[in-house]
Structure formats: C-alpha cells, structure tokens
Design a protein around this ligand. Structure first.
Ligand code: ADP
Length: 434
C-alpha cells in the first residue's frame, strides 16, 4: 500500500529552482535510499516531504492526504525525521529528549503516561541509548546524540521515517546496528523509510529501491542493480567505479577508482609478473596513477587475476593450478611488445610459474626497464630447488632494479619517466590505500 507519494514536485529557494519533476511512491515497509552528489537536492526533497519547504509545484501525500493541508501534529503522528544536524538547543536529559517524541500523541497540557515512558524506554533499548537516560544531551558524543535523536524518532511511533545521512556521526558498528534496526522495522513492523545515504555500498546493502538524483531531477529510480551501474555512477558522480556482487552479503558493492585515472592517462604500459595477490594493490595504484597495466601469466581464480578483472586489466591466463603452457608463454612474451616497464612482484615461484621469470629476462634483453620487488627474499618463496633464486640473481646482473618495498614503486616509475622533464611528484602506494 502506498503511504507516501511525491507527485511532480518542484522546489525553489527564492527564484532558484533546486528540484523539479520529482515523482516517487513509498509503500508500506519500503526502505528507499536517496543518493546523489552534494547539492543535487536530497535534503531539499526531505524538507519538502517533512513540511518544511512547500513545493512550488506538485503535491506530497501521506495516506492520500496532502501534508500541507494537515496540521503539524497530525503529520508528526505519522512521520518522524532524523535530520542531518542532531544538535539539541536546551540542556535536556536524554530521557526528556526521547520523551519529546511522544508529544504528537499527547493531548494539550497532558503529561506523559506510563505507556509513553514505556514506548520511550523501548525506543532507547532498540537504539542502545537506555544507559544514557539520565545524562545531559550536551555531554554526549556526536554518535551518541545521533542515536538519541533516532530514539526520539522511534518513540514517535511513525509509519514513515525520514533520515538525512543517518550514519554521518556513527562508527562502523553503530552504522551497521542502526541500519539493521531500521531494516528490521521495515520488514517486521511495516515502517516505510526514506533515507539520504552517502555510502553507495550501504545503500546497495539495505535499500529495496534507490532514488538517484542529479541536478535536482530523478536520474534513476529502481533496485540497486538497476541504479548502481558504472555508467550511472560516472554520469552522476563523475567517478569511474567498478560494480560487483558481494558473494557473502549477496548485495552489490561499488569500488570507486581515483578520479586521477581520468585525467592523466597513458603514462606508459607496465607489464606485471605477479600472482597469489602480490600484485593486487600495486596494480590498483598504477591504474590510479594513469598507467596502462597488463599482466601475465596468471592462473584463473588467482586473486591477482580477479583484481585484473575488477580493474579491467588485460592478462594472459592459464587454467587453474596448471603450469604455464607454451601458448600462454608466447602470449606473455607478446605482451612485452607494448610494455614500457616490467614489474616482478615478490610472488612465490614453483615449477608452474617459473617461466614468467624467463619473460622478465627477455624484457631486460630488449632493454625494457625491469623492476623486481623483493620485500620477501626470493629464497623464502622459491619452491624450485633454487632455480627461481638463480634466475632472479641473473635479472640483477642484467640490470634489473631491485625495490625493497612495493610502496616505493609508483614514485620510482614516475621519476623514471619524468627524469628528462620535470621532477617526479611524490607518490607512494600508501597514499593510494587510504
Ligand atoms: P544535497 O542534500 O543533495 O547536498 P541540498 O538539497 O542541500 O542538496 O541543496 C540543493 C541546492 O539547493 C544546492 O544548490 C544548495 O546550495 C541549495 N540550497 C540548499 N539550502 C538552501 C537554502 N536554505 N537557501 C538557498 N539555497 C539552498
């Protein structure tokens, strides 16, 4: 059943139009996330629904009644709001603040009844704020205060809950607890929720539907799979992103790539010899730095191969757990033709992947600068009776550059391509992993 409908809403601040043509239906038990860049109109939409900013055009109906024709107290019985800013003007106790949520249900001059106190207590238990009951709201941390405001909204016993960035002050565990709580209330109690959420992964994980706003208009509305596509994210947030399905939570997850990727492309091609996850972070950092990256030979299902898929890196592959075949080896050698640099990570070597070191040797023969990362000494990851160690030593003799730490590599590569022009930007992998 539709509890809230937004019909062709246009909102203005003075003469500035900030929302137009907004259409939305919220049904009993829906959890709808509103996403969009700063200034796209998310808060304004919540303001217009919560009776703060009357639309210039269009209407907002709760249970078929226009919110602007209802009295504020009537609206407050049906709809509660958790605003972005959770400051409380007066120095009330937490219990008093939560009890304020009962005001719409009290008659004029009527004191709270034991039932009201009971509802408030339950809301506080759900939000883990009961232990704060006697404290002054002014003494609370931002996260505690946010949970108290949440409790006040629940004490209102609304049918519709509007949340404006409900997680902005919360740490990870509190974010998950609040989102689990809200979701549970939607599913079990039929609460309808409309929430502005910045974290696209949280929106994907918890919301039944997502409304994506751009420049005050609906850019997309639908299930996470329909709305959170790489194309939509690029169009609306101007960020390249990889979108995948999380096998554990079965929800989508979004990995934004650094905007740098768009701006400084084609610094050259780095061919990676890696495997077993030793190349993943480095590949991500190099892609972010604007390098074209290739890799080979990787076994299918190897975590570095999965990283190649996510980062859209071309890789030569071999069947799972199979040694490098002549064909894959030849393809790996072919990849050298486009490589301006080769990087050998501190991957363990067995007889299955030993041929990758032959490719590094070939790179040096062709005069391609080759970097060997040896943060783990080769002897410790050599499972070829010393053959890999011998080949790595040979690379050194042929002029390979040894790098103690993968963090150092991007700035080293930058300086090598910039030596004849400007000094290299200080870049390190740690910066990319923040
Ligand atoms: P979002 O929540 O998506 O960041 P807002 O709804 O807060 O976006 O703002 C939408 C647009 O309206 C922005 O351009 C913002 O500058 C403008 N705006 C927001 N509040 C006001 C206000 N009180 N007066 C004038 N303009 C405002």
């Amino acid at each position: 059943m539709v509890t809230l409908s937004v019909n062709g809403v246009e909102c203005r601040y003075g003469s500035m139009k900030v929302l137009s043509g907004i259409e939305l239906e919220v049904r009993t038990g829906d959890f709808i996330g509103i996403i969009g860049p700063n200034g796209s109109g998310k808060t304004t939409l919540l303001r217009s629904i919560s009776r703060v900013l009357k639309p210039h055009v269009g209407s907002i109906l709760i249970d078929k009644a226009d919110v602007y024709s209802l009295k504020p107290l009537e609206v407050a019985k049906k709809m509660a709001v958790v605003p972005q800013d959770s400051t409380v003007g007066f120095n009330f106790s937490v219990m008093d603040v939560v009890l304020m949520g009962r005001n719409p249900h009290l008659g004029r001059f009527q004191m709270e009844t034991p039932k009201d106190v009971e509802v408030a207590r339950k809301a506080m238990e759900l939000t883990n704020t009961w232990y704060l009951a006697d404290r002054s709201v002014h003494e609370l941390s931002g996260g505690e205060r946010q949970r108290v405001i949440f409790a006040r909204a629940l004490a209102q016993e609304p049918k519709i809950l509007l949340l404006d960035e409900p997680m902005s002050h919360l740490d990870l565990i509190n974010q998950l607890e609040i989102m689990d709580l809200v979701k549970g209330l939607c599913v079990k109690n039929g609460l309808s929720v409309l929430a502005v959420i910045h974290d696209l992964n949280m929106a994907a994980r918890y919301c039944d539907m997502i409304l994506m706003l751009k420049d005050g208009q609906v850019f997309a509305l639908g299930k996470a799979e329909e709305v959170l596509t790489s194309e939509n994210i690029r169009s609306v947030f101007a960020v390249d992103a990889i979108v995948r399905k999380n096998l554990v939570t079965n929800s989508l997850y979004v990995i934004p790539l650094s905007p740098k990727r768009n701006s400084c492309e084609k610094k050259g091609t780095v061919h990676m010899i890696c495997g077993a996850g030793t190349g993943t972070l480095l590949m991500k950092a190099l892609v972010d730095e604007g390098y074209n990256v290739t890799a080979g030979v990787l076994n299918l299902l190897d975590s570095d191969f999965e990283a190649c898929e996510l980062l859209k890196i071309a890789a030569v592959t071999e069947a799972p757990f199979s040694p490098i075949s002549d064909k894959s080896h030849a393809l790996n050698l072919e990849m050298l033709e486009n490589a301006s640099m080769v990087v050998v990570t501190a991957v363990p070597f067995g007889f299955g992947n030993l041929r990758n070191l032959e490719v590094a040797k070939e790179a040096l023969k062709r005069g391609i600068p080759t970097y060997v990362i040896d943060d783990v000494p080769v002897e410790k990851r050599d499972f070829t009776n010393g053959e890999a160690t011998r080949l790595i030593l040979e690379l050194k003799e042929m002029g390979a550059i040894f790098v103690k730490h993968p963090y150092d590599l991007p700035s080293l590569l930058n300086s090598s391509i910039n030596t004849s022009t400007v000094p290299a930007e200080p870049t390190n992998l740690a910066g990319h992993l923040k």
